[in-house]
Design a protein around this ligand. Sequence first.
Ligand code: KIV
Ligand code: ZN
Length: 508
Amino acid sequence: MRKIYIFDTTLRDGEQSPGVNLNTREKLEIAYQLEKLGVDRIEAGFPAASPGDLAAVNAVARAVKNSTVIGLSRSRTQDIDAVREALQGAEDPCIHLFLATSPIHRKYKLKMEKEQVLETAQAALRYARQYFSKIEFSCEDAGRTEIDFLCEMTAMAIREGATVVNIPDTVGYLYPQEYGNIFKTLKEKVPGIEKIQLSAHCHDDLGMATANSLAAIVGGADQIEGTINGIGERAGNTALEEVALALETRNDLFGAKTTLELTEIARTSRLVSRLTGMVVPGNKAIVGANAFAHESGIHQDGMLKEKTTYEIMSPETIGLKESKLVLGKHSGRHAFREKLVEMGYTLEDEGLNEAFAKFKVLADKKKDVTDEDLLSIVEEKIVDQQQSFALETIYVSYGNESTPSAKVRILTAEGEKLEEEAEGNGSVDAIYNAIDRATGEEVKLADYSIKSVSHGKDAQGEVHVVLSQNGLSVQGRGLSTDILEASARAYVDALNRLIEKRNLQAAK
Ligand code: KIV
Ligand code: ZN
């Protein structure tokens, strides 16, 4: 069976989604899960972008053992040196060099002629190959590059030691047949093409990223690049779960497969959504909440008679399964541990105790603790971060004929208790004004969203906020059975991230 390699760029291109920024602990958490999912390659970041990015790539490089870890680099020696530093300690390091090749990029961005582009890339490859045995070279905006020049660039990259050549449709412009034909042509025309792997990297500006990636496979691509849930720059990247399931479900057509552990897909999707704050739409293919839901009577009738009438793949394939154990406030530690194991989590003693204590608090407030509730407890626990502030207490006064007010008590890292009161246009506004006063931070609330983690009136609410201050933008999330408390927690979480980011910038 032909194997398609999976290059995951959730931590790099995915992190370029507007409003998303992952700290090192979160990147590590996602990297561990990607390793469990079995992706062949993990692009962990762009080390030259900032010291924080370099440190995060290094943490991932040291932690990941079973996937190749990749750092992105422009075709410049300083960037290559940053990747060298970041990938120290990696089991299987790889550098990803890129340079734009299209006429538009050559003329307006690089101000280079074709010859200069060739020479610049060649020099970068020569420098990089002294330090790396695995090199991917990307012709940025390959989709809008003259095919002859793309052949020339690919041939040069092969001669200069690239092990993978990537053909990105950087702006999501192409139609599947056009994109697939580029791969066919490269395979036919470029000398030495059999020595390397060809890679496809698509963006979803016209909603064709998955179709284009599959067309590239038909055309001869060996590797697909993309992200979990399709997050990424602008309209996003190819959603890897879509490609993997398309190859699995239509194996008759493609005759190719990934070696992903497909049952880890649902968990990976949830984790990425939670940590990035990018909510997966209900109708999203494969991982949307409705992807396996059947609403109409005719469909339900068909499903009851024979599942394949309306389901081309089963929810179990991606790791969704009917739960056998239901937990409530009378459940003990043993049942709790068993339940987590059933869901794929094995927590150490201390982690288990902490999660169990949170479960007990929740079970007191809520009749049935659902799988989604448990996931939120476990995943929230994993990403505990360094805190400048912690929310201790919150009181809100609201009436539809009075001005809402809130009183908060915030605990600082030094143990100081900051208490403040404020009014606002609504309860959330009042809470945020009180927190601003207590912490002395002046921030802009750029985005606020709320969703229910499970079902029913007593469901937990998860709030995501995006805060900005002097050009820095951070996200935060909070969870509680009370949406006002969840709102306060999300805000304090974002403030902690803001301070961490600000400190990192100051240390530059
Ligand atoms: O979309 C793109 O061209 C990229 C390159 C850096 C590979 O992300
Ligand atoms: Zn990209």
